[in-house]
Design a protein around this ligand. Structure first.
Ligand code: BG6
Length: 513
């Protein structure tokens, strides 16, 4: 499919992008990254800021302040981040050997998160940096620490007077990384601790999947085309599959966190349920934060798991074993040798509303699977086969719509066609839209989009308190039932074969790309 005039965003920013999305020097906030020496800062946050800066979405003079426990000088921090940029940045044009002039916008401030005097010092330091850089003093605090510090950091920022009240001439926003709590109770507690200091509009709970262009494209596809949206309901859809598959296992230092978390909380609670919301939600009254999130909350409130059915028919948990050249989960660093944590989970859920009643939604995610792929498959109902039976065709392949979120970003529609020849046959054929071919542009990294939105004060692609709580309610219901030990699967496969059981009452099986 050929691209029509280019829409917003990016790579090479167009003048229209800039007019709308550029943050001018007078609106620019000081970006303060808590957890500045962690993985996320080096892999994603600093590279995203660099790319935004290089594409002129941010002013040339910035202040990015890294905050973490370890002591180090500004120069050390700059050279570490310069190395990270060379390794992880999506574009390296203009970086040079020293990453200047971008890198001199970075500073470092050591801080013990439980030391209130340290926060007062941080406040003074931020004031000095802002004065030197001629910045107006707006603040974007990014909490990229381990989650147990989130509430304490927000509380200390409040006590130290480092949060501007809502409506003040300088603004404060706080981006909170995932995981946001580890169950419903802890998420409720964290939300109430946050509310003691911040207004909801100041809180930006991040789910980086929402920053992916292909995820946002679900909006464009569903609500920007008259030919698809009318089909997205129980009259036409047989079932929906959501797959978030990864080939990686436990990365460096990840085992300990993951063993306490598992696939259900790590990916289903956030990324997979967000994808489900976007395919299932009603069109929002406006493309605005409140309206979009209201619709997502309605979907989440209607999601239920069939607890009345036998557990094996709606839930499969798995754990990877040792494989050629890869460790088994139980031998990974930081993982308990008798752990029953799932590295794979597949679940059948339903959405109890007029649009979706009776349509199963199958969701699965796992580590060490055969391929890294995230996709949503909408499988349509079988058409009446009466005419075709007379021609000797018992069943017909059904129409399938696939949103390939990553990699090889695409949307594909399968429909039936008559192959050439005298005989009347029907065969499935594909209609493909490929991002790379159609737009010939690199997709921005999700964190670029989300950081820019947070700086511009657009929270549409961030999750609201009630959304996160509803997602945890669903996870709680699944966990309560999940007493079964995980089924073992070999690395490089599509997970436990038992996952096909989930389709017992529904035509189809997992689509393994
Ligand atoms: C994170 C999970 O939120 O998402 C990781 O904690 C997972 O376990 C990652 O690997 C996947 O993100 P992406 O963008 O690589 O699909």
């Amino acid at each position: 499919m050929a691209a029509q005039p280019k829409a917003v965003f990016h790579g090479e920013a167009t003048p229209a992008d800039h007019a709308r999305y550029r943050v001018g020097p007078e609106q620019m906030a000081t970006v303060v990254i808590f957890g500045a020496t962690g993985d996320l800062a080096g892999r994603k946050l600093v590279p995203a800021l660099f790319n935004l800066w290089a594409a002129d979405f941010l002013p040339k003079r910035l202040a990015v302040v890294g905050v973490a426990r370890r002591s180090k000088s500004d120069d050390n921090y700059r050279s570490e981040m310069c190395e990270a940029l060379k390794k992880f940045s999506r574009t390296v044009r203009g970086l040079g050997e020293t990453c200047d002039p971008f890198i001199s916008n970075l500073s470092y401030c050591p801080l013990d998160f439980s030391d209130h005097r340290g926060f007062a010092d941080l406040g003074r330091r931020l004031g000095e940096i802002e004065a030197a850089a001629g910045l107006p003093g707006h603040r974007l605090y990014y909490l990229a620490t381990s989650p147990e510090y989130f509430a304490a950091i927000i509380e200390q920022l409040g006590k130290a007077g480092l949060i501007h009240a809502r409506g003040a001439s300088q603004w404060t926003r706080v981006v909170v990384e995932k995981p946001f709590g580890h169950d419903l109770d802890s998420a409720l507690a964290l939300n109430s601790q946050i509310r003691a200091v911040l207004a909801e509009e100041q809180v930006y709970r991040i789910d980086h999947y929402l920053g992916k262009d292909t995820v946002q494209n679900i909006f464009a596809f569903r609500f920007g085309n008259a030919i698809f949206e009318p089909l997205f309901n129980q009259n036409y859809v047989n079932h929906v599959q959501i797959t978030v598959a990864e080939t990686i296992g436990m990365e460096e230092r990840r085992g300990e966190f993951y063993d306490k978390t598992g696939a259900l909380r790590d990916v289903v609670q956030n990324h997979a349920l967000q994808l489900l919301c976007l395919v299932a939600m009603e069109p929002p009254a406006a493309f605005a934060p409140k309206e979009i999130r209201d619709e997502k909350v309605k979907v989440l409130s209607s999601v239920s798991v069939p607890r009345q059915d036998r557990l094996e028919t709606w839930l499969v948990r798995g754990q990877y074993t040792e494989g050629p050249n890869v460790k088994g989960y139980l031998s990974e660093a930081g993982v308990s040798p008798n752990s029953t944590t799932e590295t794979y989970v597949a679940v059948r859920a339903t959405i109890e509303n007029w649009r979706w009643a009776g349509v199963p939604f199958f969701v699965r995610t796992g580590k060490r699977l055969k391929e890294r792929v995230t996709e949503i498959v909408v499988q349509f109902k079988e058409p009446p086969t009466h005419y075709f039976r007379k021609l000797g065709l018992e069943t017909l392949p059904t129409n399938v719509l696939v949103f390939r979120i990553q990699p090889d970003e695409a949307i594909a529609l399968t429909f039936n066609a008559k192959p050439p020849g005298m005989e009347f046959q029907v065969e499935p054929v594909d209609m493909d839209f490929d991002y790379g071919q159609a737009f010939n542009e690199a997709l921005p990294d999700a964190y670029e989009r989300l950081l820019l939105d947070a700086l511009r004060g657009d929270s549409s692609l961030f999750t609201r308190a009630d959304e996160v709580e509803n997602a945890w309610r669903i996870i709680g219901e699944i966990e309560e039932a999940s007493k079964l030990p995980p089924e073992l699967y070999r690395p490089g496969t599509w997970g436990p074969t038992a996952a096909s059981r989930l389709f017992a009452r529904c035509r189809g099986d997992w689509r393994n790309p």
